[in-house]
Write a protein that binds this ligand. Structure first.
Ligand SMILES: [Zn+2]
Length: 139
């Protein structure tokens, strides 16, 4: 479904131009971020503000049409982190350039979205050196 300009603008503003999964600011990623349906359209997820989030191409590409994945710690199924109903800071924390999680949702999301693959970690490490990552904490 088409996402109106006004809706796109609202999503970008709400996300402060950052990926709502890995927190990468668009300013530091050469590939234009995308609007992700938290509940995919295939599962009748609505094209409305409450079901949409801003995602970098990498996160969105790996998330695909999934809402769940395997928690690598327990090998059990877990729902993915939901930017609309979960608090990012309750599921994730930065350990330098590595994203960590103590929750099944967080771990499953990091794994499926491949947030900690080498080139992404190397990119964040460089941004940390430059003093521009991670972005300031939001309450
Ligand atoms: Zn991302």
């Amino acid at each position: 479904m088409t996402i109106s300009v006004a809706l796109r603008r609202a999503i970008w503003q709400r996300a402060e131009n950052r990926c709502e999964y890995c927190q990468m600011p668009q300013d530091f990623d050469p590939v234009t971020f995308e609007i992700d349906h938290v509940i995919p359209e295939k599962m009748n997820g609505a094209t409305e503000l409450q079901n949409l989030c801003l995602a970098c191409f990498k996160c969105n590409n790996h998330k695909g049409p999934n809402i769940a994945a395997i928690d690598p710690k327990t090998s059990e199924k877990a729902f993915l982190f939901d930017p609309r109903s979960h608090n990012w800071f309750e599921h994730f924390r930065w350990d330098g350039p590595i994203l960590r999680s103590e929750t099944p949702e967080g771990r499953a999301t990091i794994e499926l979205l491949q947030v900690n693959v080498g080139h992404r970690v190397a990119h964040r490490r460089q941004l940390i050196v430059e003093g521009v990552f991670p972005p300031g904490n939001r309450a």
